[in-house]
Design a protein around this ligand. Sequence first.
Ligand SMILES: [Zn+2]
Length: 437
Amino acid sequence: MLQKNKVIAAALATTLLVPTMSASAESVSDLKKEKNALDQKKSKISKELQAKKEKIAKAQAEIEKSAKEVSKITVKIQETDNKIEGVEQKIAQTKYEIEKLQKSIEVLQKKIDERNEILKERARAMQETGGQVGYIDVLLGSNSFSDFIDRVSAVNEIVNADERIVEEQKADQAKVEEQQNQVKEKLAEQEDRKKELEDLKASLKKQQDKKKAALTQMERKQAKLNKERKGLENHYSEVASVSSKVQKKIEAEQRKAAEKARKMAEAAAAKKASAAISTTSNSISSGSSSSASVGSVPTASSGTWMKPAQGRFTSGFAGRDIGAGAEYHYGIDIANSEGTPIVAAADGVVFRASPLSTYGNVVMITHNINGQTYTSLYAHMSRFGTSVGKTVKKGEVIGYIGSTGRSTGPHVHFEIHIGSWVNQATGAVNPLQYISL
Ligand SMILES: [Zn+2]
């Protein structure tokens, strides 16, 4: 991408810069066209950049959403792990219970076997002797009849008790076996549960892997968008830099043009001075009378300056209010019907003849009078009668009265500035010091 930007920059340099710099006689208007094209390009890149930024923000929101989902699944997996662990503990406990029951069963079984063995031995002995020989010794050991009776019943009880104990023990064993079966069932259930949880975990893991992969994809896309954004930013600054170079060139050309105008005015003034060597120099012209013949060109007066148009003097050089609050009026106004000719107030060179903000169609002329540069300005023209670069003589028609720009009716707004044109407020003097109406 960086490489690409360099290529773009190089392309710009060759397509835009080289012809500009090499063509020495390029006009300001051509430069302005070029600058306009560059500025259009700037605004186009700026729009693209905005769109890219919006895309990045949207992608970022998606990434955050996706990351949240991944983390949610991670939590679920953790929970499942905990559950699995719990089930495993229960399984271990159950297995331990089963083992314990198994031991009880074994103990009972051993006791039953032992008693069965004793009973079998006794039965064998009785078979051999045909009676309860096992107990004969007990019975023979009696020392009286009542003792004998006691011993007989005791022997019977012992025999019965042995049998009963065996039965009870068998019942106990059955119960323990049943218990063990129940516990085994429980174990099977727990193992099923564990399997379920492990399946759940596996499916969560699968989901998580998928989402992680999607997230990685998004992050890659985002990185690409960011690279593209950076590229556009670089491209923008390249174009902006070229544009500002062209702007500097325009300014240089304008300065050159103004200098040329000044020199021409100087030459014209020198020529005039040598031609009218005997005439007394008077900067205040006598002018024609105020009874204006509407629509006609004012008669050129004998002085350096003359009034720019026939008409009614409607506003002087001072503060005034035309409805937008008090403001300073940097010139004078001469009203007349639209189309009344406007003339150059003195010899000079036209350096502006185009619309400008509140001035509407305005002509500006550079004068050089006795080594001093002046600028005269004629605003609100309905149309132009001259063009930039033209040398004009005092009294030569340069345009026509109108009401373009900020104007309430057809009139010429006329300014005189000491020095070159800077802005309305700089160098403005009362024109009535130079002309009479
Ligand atoms: Zn005015």
